[in-house]
Design a protein around this ligand. Structure first.
Ligand SMILES: C[S@@+](CC[C@H](N)C(=O)[O-])C[C@H]1O[C@@H](n2cnc3c(N)ncnc32)[C@H](O)[C@@H]1O
Length: 222
């Protein structure tokens, strides 16, 4: 029997916030992979690593951009997201793929049922004391040699956001250092596979400034 993951106190506010920003998120092309060759490289390696291992779940899939990208690479992938509005966009934009509404904290995944799990800039709203249990539940759902791919904003502390993508929001962005995340993955029972660090990007005419980012790949020991 596995202990259930605690539900974040602000889950409803975070869901409502993403529902509010979802239309702008899609209209602004946030999460577009076209200008991000290093992220595409990480996703290509992940797709290769999970080949033949079983289905992949994109947790916090938003409008399904990365879900569809992985499907295009031949991955048997579905998406799940906290925000019904994000999932409505995902279903409209990618009608051939499967998407569901749920929080990463309430997935109740069967042990060893997935070849891979993706948390692509979707777990940074989880409170610091909740993320470790979510990672453990995701790790447990992996088959032996299954892969978890995590993308996160890098930094220290918690940033309270009140406006994002031109809309009012109520959420906290929890920043993490790569070594802290590597420690959490290790405590979840996973072994490191790769770590990709991206430096902060200054604002341009088409995009706001971004803090440093990290992508971590980890595997469940066989
Ligand atoms: C910055 S967006 C990233 C979306 C997508 N992964 C992408 O790269 O375009 C963050 C997403 O995480 C989702 N999210 C936030 N908290 C979540 C939770 N507890 N469970 C599932 N999804 C969550 C939001 O609804 C939102 O769609």
């Amino acid at each position: 029997m596995v202990d259930p993951v605690a539900q974040p106190a602000d889950l409803r506010l975070v869901r409502e916030s993403y529902d509010r920003v979802a239309d702008n998120y899609v209209a602004m092309g946030v999460g577009d992979l076209a200008p991000a060759p290093w992220l595409r490289a990480a996703l290509a390696a992940f797709a290769e690593d999970v080949r033949g291992l079983g289905p992949v779940l994109d947790v916090g899939c938003g409008p399904g951009t990365v879900t569809a990208h992985l499907a295009g690479l031949g991955v048997d992938v579905s998406g799940v997201d906290l925000s019904p509005r994000m999932v409505a966009h995902a279903r409209r934009l990618h009608p051939g793929l499967r998407f569901a509404v749920a929080s990463a904290t309430e997935l109740d995944l069967a042990e060893a049922s997935l070849g891979g799990v993706l948390g692509w800039w979707s777990l940074f709203n989880l409170p610091r004391d909740v993320l470790p249990d979510v990672l453990t539940s995701l790790a447990r759902a992996l088959v032996p040699d299954g892969r978890l791919l995590l993308g996160m904003h890098v930094g220290d502390g918690d940033v309270v956001r009140t406006e994002v993508y031109g809309m009012p929001v109520t959420w906290t962005t929890h920043l993490w250092q790569p070594r802290q995340l590597a420690g959490l993955l290790s405590r979840a029972g996973l072994q490191p596979v790769a770590e990709l660090r991206l430096p902060p990007t200054p604002a341009s005419t088409s995009a706001p400034a971004l803090p440093a980012q990290v992508v971590l790949a980890a595997r469940r020991p066989s």
